[in-house]
Design a protein around this ligand. Structure first.
Ligand code: AMP
Length: 525
């Protein structure tokens, strides 16, 4: 029974528990194995990065960056400065001469520590910080005089001092990652990966953080498994192979009934996407009155996003809008045709979906999305696409890139709904022991069985055999090994099959052989 405790997991986050975690491990092992066969290597970037990185890579005006990031100041670089900062910021207006002089002393200390932090690089030498320190010095220098003149102006001067202190920027602004492509591109640049044999093929898995409205299949901490190919080439075969890899993974993990939608969104040159967006905008203006408020707003801010609309009454109108496939430049049209051919060559089934778009400029050409049955409205399990230009946008060399991110939480939900959930986590062998001598043997037997790869439960305190067998049953154990002093002195151990209650006697080596032969026969122990 779940009980309500004082502390609970934060809304939108959850504990993944056994036996479900066995399914998570299975999914992740399958990803390691399948991606390995496509010669991808694993990258593990940190879960937090400078906010600026995401603002640039994901886009400052996207919902993700503008509303959904977990952002914080990293004060760790100067604990002492932070302490002084807090003391002055939270100080009350001084009432007595002594209090005024104390505040002046604190401010003096903050200035000294602040200036040396500027020198050592612990505090950034920004014009704002330099001005703030000057201001603090100015107001701090007024305090002793006020104290001597009977405390008349303390309030305003203390307030001005506090204001000056808040202007001091003590730390970097960091964010929990809302996605990992930005980090992978940052790492590519930071480690000079353009020097490596090209293209660089990496995959990652781990938690992402977005402050979205939680619902089934949508969490604030969720998990993605993704891959990126970065390098000098945008050959259509790269796009097709990346897609083939995701589809192979879904197949191997047992997610049937998925649909792959693909599209090309051209590129950001006057004769390609921007010209299409103009046409789309003009067409949307014509039907503006029939659209909902969100779509009306998007005509101005991001017309492509209107195509994402799920609003029932807009669907018939959207169906009549111009399609990007008819407006691609020659190179993009040829690239798209080649990607489709390459997919066919690989036996990958796809559906063209002209409404599949991405809102950011550096996304280009191939985009794709994979949806799974049985997930309701949150049915996208994977999104991906080409993003040539992103590495350059982040300060790296011109680099082509393509990648995808799978929503692991949704993938797991879908597997569970299709009856592919984890089997309850039973034990192979439960060791029911009684007596001092039996215990020593039980410890050794547990070690041998575990070394041979069996899962073993060894109760830490002595239990009557009846009680022990009851526990063994409750834990879903396949066998109970019964070890009493008699069994130990005779060297003949009893193994009970819990499903039917039958018992067999074995010597120690025979027992190991027997269990190994059951395992080798492919039965789950
Ligand atoms: P995106 O990075 O937005 O392209 O998302 C890629 C995939 O991650 C989606 O197709 C979802 O499966 C998954 N995803 C995105 N946001 C969430 C979330 N808040 N909770 C669970 N899964 C998510």
């Amino acid at each position: 029974m779940a009980t309500k405790s004082k502390f609970q997991a934060i809304r939108g986050t959850r504990d993944l528990l056994p036996p479900e975690t066995a399914l998570w491990n299975h999914v992740e092992q399958t990803a390691h194995s399948v991606f390995g066969t496509f010669a991808f290597g694993e990258i593990r970037p940190p879960v937090f990065e400078p906010t600026e990185l995401f603002a640039r890579a994901v886009g400052g005006d996207t919902d993700i960056v503008s509303k959904e990031m977990y952002t914080f100041k990293d004060y760790d670089s100067s604990q002492e400065l932070q302490g002084l900062w807090i003391l002055i910021f939270s100080a009350k207006d001084p009432k007595t001469q002594d209090e005024t002089l104390d505040l002046a002393k604190l401010a003096g200390k903050l200035i000294a520590v602040g200036r040396s932090a500027l020198e050592s690089g612990q505090l950034s030498k920004t014009p704002e910080n330099l001005r703030a320190l000057d201001q603090i010095e100015l107001y701090a220098s007024k305090l002793p005089g006020i104290a001597n003149q009977g405390q008349r102006e303390t309030g305003p001067v203390a307030a001005a001092l506090r204001d000056a202190v808040t202007e001091l920027d003590l730390g970097d602004e960091l964010s929990l990652r809302p996605e990992a492509t930005a980090s992978v591109c940052r790492a590519y640049i930071e480690h000079g990966m353009q020097q490596l044999p090209q293209p660089v093929k990496v995959y990652y898995m781990g938690p992402m953080f977005r402050r979205e409205r939680p619902q089934k299949g949508r969490y604030r901490q969720f998990y993605q498994i993704g891959a990126e190919v970065l390098g000098g080439s945008d050959a259509p075969a790269i796009d097709a192979e990346v897609i083939e890899m995701v589809m192979t993974f879904f197949d191997r993990v047992g997610l049937s009934d998925v649909e792959l939608d693909i599209n090309s969104i051209g590129h950001n040159a006057p004769d390609c996407r921007p010209a299409y967006v103009q046409k789309l905008k003009a067409a949307l203006e014509q039907v503006k009155d029939k659209l909902g408020a969100d779509s009306q707003r998007r005509i101005e801010t991001n017309p492509l996003r209107v195509l994402d609309s799920k609003l029932e009454r807009e669907q018939a109108i959207i169906a009549t809008l111009p399609r990007i496939a008819d407006h691609l430049c020659t190179e993009c049209a040829a690239h798209y045709a080649a990607v489709k051919r390459q997919l066919e060559l690989r036996g990958v089934f796809f559906k063209e979906n002209w409404r599949l778009v991405r809102g950011l400029d550096y996304y280009m050409r191939t985009t794709f999305e994979i949806t799974a049955k049985g997930l309701g409205s949150q049915n996208a399990v994977c999104g991906g696409g080409r993003y040539d230009g992103l590495v350059e946008l982040l300060g790296g060399p011109p680099t082509k890139g393509i990648g995808f991110a799978i929503g692991e939480d949704r993938l797991i939900l879908s597997l569970q709904e299709n009856g592919k959930g984890a089997a309850p986590q039973g034990r192979d062998v439960y060791i029911a022991w009684m007596g001092e001598r039996a215990y020593a043997t039980a410890v050794r037997a547990a070690k041998d069985l575990r070394n041979a790869g069996f899962s073993v439960e060894l109760p830490p305190t002595e239990l009557k055999f009846g009680k022990a067998l009851e526990r063994a049953d409750k834990l879903g154990s396949r066998y109970a090994l019964i070890l009493g002093d008699n069994e130990v002195s005779e060297g003949s151990w009893t193994l009970k099959t819990l499903a039917d209650g039958t018992q067999q006697k074995f010597t120690e080596p025979e027992l190991l052989e027997f269990l190994k032969s059951v395992k080798a026969s492919g039965e789950r122990l």
